[in-house]
Write a protein that binds this ligand. Sequence first.
Ligand SMILES: [Cu+2]
Length: 349
Amino acid sequence: MPGLSRRRLLAASVPAIGGAAAALHSAVPHTHPWDSEAEAAAGHEHGGAHAGHDSGHANFRAGRVVDHAANGFDPHEVLRDFDWGTTHRLASGRVVREWELVATDKEIEVAPGVRFAAWTYNGRIPGPTIRAREGELLRISFVNGSEHPHTIHFHGIHPAAMDGVPGLGAGQIEPGQRTVYEFDALPAGVHLYHCHVRPLAEHIAKGLYGAFIIDPEDGREDADEMVMVMNGFDTNFDRANEVYAANTIGFAYMDTPIATPRDELVRVYLVNVLEYDLINSFHLHGNLFHYFPTGTSKTPAEFTDTVMLCQGQRGILEWRFPHPGKFMFHAHQSEFTELGWQGFFEVGA
Ligand SMILES: [Cu+2]
């Protein structure tokens, strides 16, 4: 079916029925953006079976990699980069924590040779992982350096005027304008932020989102902490993704596994912002993890190896590796996995 996009097939045959759409979605083939043009022109299709690939396929074609330096961010740095902002104390002793986020239009290489006209917070996707302690007063200065109107909508508990949606408070922030979002750090957990300007799907899919972590007042146990924002990119503008990843660059953690010590507590702050697909998931090999939905309780809800999240859902995963070696993690939708959303943990001896 050369030329027939997944989305157009869906639109033609499924009048907004979620379950059926999900089933169809994974059944409809599409091409990788990093396939050769000749192959794409010949209508070479990659379906679930991926007959044209060897089973060891775990990388971009011919081992090509994305130029992280040119992008200005590296998924391996994003992984453990927690932005605590700057602080000062009010006369009352209360901590005020502040950040500046700037929206910019920026071209990002999302797969080898595939450049995507992204919209970013502070030049990176995901935007900075904003981190605070429960009960602090948070102040986020937002500067719109993009050519399009944007906002920052934070998940959490705050006044309506600070919700970052058009028509409330400062509303839509026009190019060249700025505003300040101010609210209490509540509740403890893992949250997210994203632009909330219409068309919403486009403003999110373009890259305007990030993780927002609030530590409990009494903290959490020491751990090797990481943030993974599950996302994807629609590189041919058909409202379906061609690239999937945790922290933007597919296969980045396959090319260079995430090193973590044996027997030490691992804590992953997992956020799903994937647009255009109904669900996403995280699956861990050779182990199970404790799952804390939204991270709002210290009592795990589940001990499992796979969690499923819709857009906006997030949670904290905790586990220890008792065995050394390499352990995969990936979306348990095979299609997402093969299009980039997979990686390795490398556990020391
Ligand atoms: Cu926007």
